[in-house]
Design a protein around this ligand. Structure first.
Ligand code: FMN
Length: 242
């Protein structure tokens, strides 16, 4: 039997939860979750992201209005992870530099920072008996969500995490076989057989639930040009050139 430990067990049992009870998150637990998020690795220690903790029903409803996912409305706390170069602008100003944040690399730095912090937050929450789901589709309404959250220049919403006590737990979702995603020394390109086999695995996992085929969901995402809302908002927030 493989040796394991509490941390790895927690990770192996992760499953997204979208339905919550009415139980709140204890303030001391929320603080632990946010502090654990802060301790994630971050590019050059720049910490180029912020978290907005939304707990009021009014503010949750305001976000839900633009991104109607039940988890947002029903969670105990909705944490919005924001890519943030606003503080960087202040630092550059302090040192009389010429602030030039526009470009893809800045977006990668800020979004990877937010993702490492977000994953820490979700794992910390799970370790404390809560569950949640990341919600990236808020980017489809980037500028509306930015207005609701009062986001200034050089910031943009990346994803939210709806957190609370699970009303229902799904079975752990099987991933692609390890050999299709982790390679020794050099990249190994996969064939359509890998995709077909995983479609089958996902179908078995779904059981009676009617879900589109995994590969068809990929077509929905990448079989058409990307939605421009996120790009337009990044231009408005001065993180991309017009
Ligand atoms: C960046 C990111 C954004 C996501 N956005 C959504 C979303 O908008 N709505 C949703 O229901 N799930 C969302 N998810 C959750 C994924 O669908 C889920 O993690 C994936 O299907 C694997 O299932 P599991 O987390 O239960 O193992 C998101 C996950 C990530 C990492």
């Amino acid at each position: 039997m493989t040796e394991t430990n509490e941390t790895i067990d927690l990770m192996m049992n992760h499953t997204s939860v979208r339905n919550f009870t009415e139980e709140a998150i204890e303030p001391k637990d929320l603080e632990k979750i946010l502090k654990a998020a802060q301790m994630a690795s971050t590019w050059k220690n720049f910490q180029s992201y912020s978290v907005i903790v939304v707990e009021s029903q009014a503010q949750k409803d305001a976000i839900y209005e633009f991104q109607p996912q039940k988890s947002i409305k029903n969670c105990a706390a909705y944490l919005v992870f924001v890519g943030d170069l606003n503080r960087a602008q202040k630092a550059v100003e302090l040192d009389q530099g010429n602030f030039q944040p526009q470009g893809i690399e800045s977006l990668l730095i800020t979004s990877v920072d937010a993702a490492t912090a977000g994953q820490n937050a979700l794992l910390a929450a799970e370790s404390l008996g809560y569950n949640g789901v990341m919600v990236g589709l808020i980017r489809d309404q980037s500028s509306e969500i930015s207005k609701v959250l009062n986001l200034p220049d050089y910031t943009y919403p990346i994803f939210g995490i709806a957190l609370g006590k699970a009303a229902r737990l799904n079975k752990v979702k099987p991933r692609l076989p390890l050999e299709a995603t982790a390679f020794k020394e050099k990249y190994v390109e996969q064939t359509s057989e890998t995709i077909e086999k995983y479609d089958q695995v996902q179908e078995e996992y779904a059981g009676n639930r009617r879900l589109n085929k995994w590969s068809e969901r990929i077509v929905d995402q990448w079989g058409q040009p990307e939605i421009s809302a996120s790009t337009e908002n990044l231009k408005a927030k001065k993180l991309l050139f017009n």
